[in-house]
Design a protein around this ligand. Sequence first.
Ligand SMILES: Nc1ncnc2c1ncn2[C@@H]1O[C@H](COP(=O)(O)OP(=O)(O)O)[C@@H](O)[C@H]1O
Ligand SMILES: [Mg+2]
Length: 497
Amino acid sequence: MIRFYPRIKVQLSAAIGFDRQKAEIIELSPSSIFLKPSGSILSVHRKDISIKGPVVLTFSLPGYGRFEYSCNIARRDKNGYVLIPSDIDITGRMKLWQFVAKRLAGLNTCPYCGRLYESLPLICSRCGWMLDFTSPNYFGYHERTLLLLRLFFRCKALPTDKLRRVINFLDTEVERRAGSEAFQEFVGTCPEMLEVFSIIRRVAVTDIPVLIAGESGTGKELTALAIHERSIRRSKNFVTINCASIPENLLESELFGYQRGAFTGAVTTKKGLLEMADGGTLFLDEIGELPANLQAKLLRFLEDGMVRKLGSNEAKKIDVRIISATNRDLDKSVRTGTFRADLYWRLNGFPLRLPPLRERGEDKIILARYFLKRFSTELKSTATEFTRDALMAIEEYHWPGNVRELINRIRRACVMTHSELVTAQDMGLENILNSSLPPYSLRSATHTNRRELIIRALTENNFIISRTALSLNISRQRLHTLIKQYSINIEELKRKL
Ligand SMILES: Nc1ncnc2c1ncn2[C@@H]1O[C@H](COP(=O)(O)OP(=O)(O)O)[C@@H](O)[C@H]1O
Ligand SMILES: [Mg+2]
């Protein structure tokens, strides 16, 4: 049995209970009090010592004044009760400690484990507690050690997933206090996201290239930033290149830089993004879109770390950590030959997959509330909560645009509503709840409505053709035909979300 504080024998009069009956404290420690009821109480309770907790205990300590605590009864026997003050604060405990510590002088047994010594050593060789009671640092040291010990015992009993939650919670809170941006905004409690946070922590301290896969809007860039912010590179640049949005003919000069006069229009020498990321992190977004010739050049750079500006003969060694992201199945691109296998293996030092929002269980609601609170403050909106229908719609909807779409819909709702409650309609999700009824009737729709209807069905079914066809009550072939007929561009729709 572990004793948390040394106990001393005392003789202090005390009052207990609502009617302030007399009692005597015979042992005292900063965390527990051994109480002997005097005369009358003892006789009343003799047969069945039965003061029911919690009880109020009042006593005075010579030199420290009066104390009054609400106590729980931890144990009782025929000699009395062990009371644990439940509302004692740190200053109260410190006073008790000072009172106790003064009376520990001259002890020759360890007050924690009872080992006998000729004179007390600084640390007990049996139980390991520090015994240097007169040290002014003792109390602080002991409180910290106890906190760790209690945490240790509590955590030891937790299953791994709960423990992860605790660690993640603490990490997020500590980061928040420290003012770090990246984790401050990263919300997630489902097992998949906790696994993501855990991987972020583990890979951040290494230089392994990370390849993040996930649908658009699942937080790939946020993840890359979180890794950078937790790495030793955080004081250096985090540079993003979106391989899909820079025109192919500019991508090379953007990446590697150019020498003045390298081409028409190159009026000055310019550093490339690789060089700007020197010492820091380079985030290659939508890496799957990288054109073949640049795949070869990037690979060469990854192999030797040398950057040569366009039009220059000089090469410079650069030290960057590479994180890349893709929303397409790169595996497949490798198999079909549109993405180089050797580059893929270079980039894929550690694969990390972000789950789509629809697979994140209650996180959908947690995220929705998080953003509602944020936008409501930012936009000075009246909205503070969701209606039940709105919550159900959030749960049911497929969220093809993931967190980005959630953000957009809630922001729009905050602007639209004049009430305290956000409805499914404010978010444009009113149809979700009815969709278990025959959802859309193509036949009854007018010609102009039809295109709208198909687009909406596609969006709500995450562009999965079979599911959309089912919800429209038509065959897949028919849906394909209609998509062509109405010139619906699925890729473009996905991008807009
Ligand atoms: N778990 C999350 N918690 C809070 N915000 C998130 C989360 N995931 C994504 N976001 C936000 O959603 C938006 C889209 O995320 P982003 O990282 O750009 O996605 P991706 O790169 O996968 O398209 C950003 O504004 C981002 O801050
Ligand atoms: Mg992105």
